[in-house]
Design a protein around this ligand. Structure first.
Ligand SMILES: Nc1nc2c(c(=O)[nH]1)N[C@H]1C(S)=C(S)[C@@H](COP(=O)(O)OP(=O)(O)OC[C@H]3O[C@@H](n4cnc5c(=O)[nH]c(N)nc54)[C@H](O)[C@@H]3O)O[C@H]1N2
Ligand SMILES: Nc1nc2c(c(=O)[nH]1)N[C@H]1C(S)=C(S)[C@@H](COP(=O)(O)OP(=O)(O)OC[C@H]3O[C@@H](n4cnc5c(=O)[nH]c(N)nc54)[C@H](O)[C@@H]3O)O[C@H]1N2
Ligand code: SF4
Ligand SMILES: [Mo]
Length: 693
């Protein structure tokens, strides 16, 4: 046996707690942290493939400075000093010319953002953006509007539930290991699973009820369901009377939306809607309506997500065992939270770029608004962009169209472990040490049992790469603000973070996590409090009203495609993480390319069988691609489907080069197409032409 190191998996952004075995300086085994409930040794395929990524030479090995036009793929190797000098000088010149605020940083949101937020604050800019516009933004703003908490501050007690309803949440393929294990535990104890999707997935195969829905009509389905629940008195009247604001308005609003009406829109039969209402009534309050994860797809996904959250309140399942829960943090255990590295850094003088944008959606920090400021210079220009662990070019629609935005930048830097599309288009690429080769700042994981968790370095970097904490520390020095980053080692940062928490570094040695509460913490059911302005669950949201938005928006039927056209739908494979792992030796072997799912009736019209080639044309009528058909009865005929993230154009990634197609390339002209309230990118408002190639 080798030596064990506790870490947090880095193969996707879920960051599951793991234990890494190291022998003679090499990683020999990785497993889910056996001490963490819900992990108990398990890992997904991507997590296990971290070893093949670690020992892969087709990843970024040294700092690179562009030596040709942007995107030409011509690079010269640079030392760290040279690359950081180059970036530091350019950033200083940009700030001197356009102001401190003209530099922006984008980051993959989640557990480790205190480092990057502190860095951008240290250089005097308010312009920090995370990836959420391209992910869960609508859901995040929806749950805030109902409960006052963000998505990450809520959770679900699956293991004790009696009925779990997933609408567009493909939980068994779009993975979070703990969540999968907890749902399976719940199902073993008898919980029923209802699943709604436009196609049959692995989750559908495991469900007790699977309903195929017409794309983009979840809102209609949910209105019909709520109509039935209220009409039949299936809701928890005591809970609602005590804890919710706006029930009468909701009741009046759903009045016209009967199950029969919903059936005409969403194609789930009125009988099924009625039956589901009766089933959740029998199981309440131990019922979970998942609010959605990447539910940011259609122009009204925000309102559909709100209804999912409202359904939890109607079931009276909020803050109950087996229900929808508010995540607890250190404060709820009478403990002090981690100290921010930015605590003593003065706030920037300027406001974030989207604070004063016309046509504002809810919230701020929208990456789409950062893009708009890059392109149009309003309300002021963004002229330099640092992308850290977020491949914006792949993640937002229309990579070719994005160049119109990016070409206005004086400096574009990517900090990545891979040649991502954004890295390839950057002026400088800084290679970060892989998650196995580095430590990160400590993070607080909220939940019913909150904990602190640590990612510790398992092995030395194989190439000339540095950990993020060191990269930002060195950059702060180059920018002349080294006083705010006085760290010589990660331990220095950890000590600052742990100050006053009563937790020491040694406390992480045994298990890699430090639990802050032995038991699950629930609020007192007789005294529930929420972070909304009223302190109640707001069916009618004061914040939405204040910002000029409706809480209960009348339903608008989505467009149907013209003949020969289909809605382009995408999703996850359990064996890939977005576009970042298509070149991974093991994962590429399991799944080398994506295919286009098409309904058998549509395929028959074209005379197409599985394996035949289909030509797909983007909405601009110009961009086209050819790929293999997967003919199936298990998708709605209005849609075609491809797995996200294939179609790599970067020749240095030889295994995946030119294999499959990239969904986002077909989303032409859609960079600024967002949900008008939540601000999530409305990717699925994309219709492509499909014909036999
Ligand atoms: N068309 C279409 N667009 C989509 C989606 C879709 O399904 N279809 N999905 C959307 C969703 S839900 C999301 S969350 C976004 C995801 O978009 P991203 O956040 O861009 O995707 P990730 O795969 O998480 O990886 C981001 C980058 O981080 C890099 N990376 C991985 N590990 C490390 C590390 O240890 N250090 C550093 N510095 N970099 C690292 C990866 O190589 C990759 O380039 O895309 C969104 N966009
Ligand atoms: N293996 C793996 N796991 C992941 C990730 C990954 O890249 N790989 N990424 C993680 C991230 S960042 C995220 S955000 C989550 C995403 O988690 P999810 O949002 O659950 O995953 P997706 O596969 O993007 O989409 C789920 C389903 O929505 C369906 N769908 C499309 N249109 C409609 C509609 O109108 N109505 C309904 N009801 N369904 C519809 C699609 O067919 C798809 O099966 O996954 C996370 N987990
Ligand atoms: S879901 Fe898989 S890849 Fe993502 S962090 Fe967990 S183990 Fe790693
Ligand atoms: Mo996401």
């Amino acid at each position: 046996m080798g030596q064990f190191v506790y870490s947090l998996c880095g193969m996707c952004a879920v960051r599951c707690p793991v234990r890494v075995e190291v022998k003679d300086g090499r990683v020999t085994w990785i497993e889910g942290n056996p001490h963490v409930g819900g992990m108990e040794g398990s890992l997904c395929a991507k997590g296990a493939a971290a070893i093949s990524f670690e020992y892969d030479s087709e990843r970024v090995q040294t700092p690179l400075i562009r030596d040709g036009a942007r995107g030409s793929g011509r690079w010269r190797k640079a030392s760290w000093d040279e690359a950081l000098d180059y970036i530091g000088e350019k950033l200083k010149a940009t700030q001197a010319k356009y102001g401190k605020k003209s530099v922006a940083l984008t980051d993959r949101g989640g557990l480790f953002t205190d480092l990057t937020k502190s860095f951008i604050k240290a250089i005097g800019s308010p312009n920090y953006f995370d990836h959420d516009d391209s992910c869960a933004k609508n859901v995040n703003i929806a749950v805030q509007s109902v409960y006052g908490y963000g998505r990450g501050e809520t959770g679900y007690d699956y293991a004790n539930a009696k009925h779990i309803v997933l609408v567009g949440r493909n939980l068994f393929e779009a993975l979070n290991v703990k969540e999968v294990n907890n749902v399976l535990n719940g199902m073993e104890k008898g919980a029923k699973l209802t699943y709604v999707d436009i196609r049959a997935t692995t989750t559908a195969a495991k469900a007790d009820n699977f309903y195929r829905i017409r794309p983009g009509t979840d809102y209609a389905f949910l209105l019909g369901l709520i109509h039935e629940i209220i009409a039949k008195g299936y809701y928890d009247a005591n809970f609602v009377a005590k804890n919710c604001d706006g029930f009468e308005e909701l009741q009046a609003f759903v009045q016209p939306y009967s199950p029969e009406w919903a059936e005409r829109e969403c194609e789930i039969s009125a009988a099924n809607i009625r039956d589901l209402a009766a089933q959740v009534n029998a199981a309440k309050p131990k019922v979970i309506f998942h609010g959605g994860w990447m539910f940011a797809r259609y122009r009204d996904s925000f309102y559909a997500s709100r209804m999912l959250y409202i359904l939890n309140a109607l079931m009276g399942s909020v803050e109950t065992k087996g229900g929808f829960t508010i995540a607890k943090g250190p404060g709820d255990c009478g403990r002090k939270g981690l100290q921010s590295l930015g605590k003593n850094i003065p706030e920037p003088q300027d406001k974030i770029v989207d604070a004063a944008m016309p046509g504002k959606t809810m919230g701020s920090g929208h990456i789409v608004n950062c893009y708009k400021a890059m392109r149009y210079g309003q309300p002021y220009p963004i002229k330099a962009l640092i992308c850290y662990r977020y491949d914006v070019m792949t993640s937002l629609p229309d990579p070719e169209g994005q160049k119109k935005y990016l070409d206005n930048l004086d400096l574009l830097v990517s900090i990545d472990v891979n040649y991502s599309d954004m890295a390839w288009y950057s002026d400088v690429i800084l290679p970060e040490a892989t998650y196995l080769e580095r430590s990160n700042i400590i993070c607080a994981q909220k939940g019913l049992k909150p904990q602190f968790a640590i990612r510790r370095q398992a092995i030395e970097p194989l190439y000339d790469a540095k950990p993020g904490w060191e990269i930002f520390t060195l950059l702060a020095e180059k920018m002349g603000v080294g006083q705010y980053f006085p760290y010589k080692s990660i331990e220095d940062m950890w000590r600052v973070q742990l100050e006053g928490t009563g937790v020491t570094l040694a406390d992480f040695d045994g298990k890699g996590v430090v639990g802050l509460s032995k038991d699950a913490i629930f609020q007192d059911p007789d005294n529930l409090k929420f972070k909304t302005p009223s302190g109640k669950i707001e069916f009618v949201s004061q914040n939405l009203s204040k910002n000029g938005f409706e809480s209960l928006k009348p339903y608008v039927s989505p467009n149907r495609p013209e003949a020969g056209h289909y809605r382009l739908v995408f999703g996850r494979s359990p064996a890939q993480a977005h576009a970042q792992s298509v070149n991974n030796l093991y994962l590429n072997e399991i799944l080398p390319e994506n295919h286009l799912w098409i309904h058998e009736s549509e395929a028959m019209k074209m005379g197409v069988k599985s394996g035949d080639m289909l030509k797909i044309t983007a909405p601009d009528g110009v961009y086209t691609g050819v790929m293999k058909a997967k003919v199936t009865p298990f998708i709605h005929p209005e849609a075609v489907f491809m797995l996200h993230g294939f179609g790599n154009d970067i020749p240095l990634k030889t295994r995946s080069f030119g294999r499959g197609l990239r969904d986002s390339k077909f989303e032409t002209g859609m960079v600024e197409m967002v949900d008008p309230v939540g601000g999530g990118v409305a990717y699925l408002e994309c219709f492509v032409k499909v014909e036999k190639a």
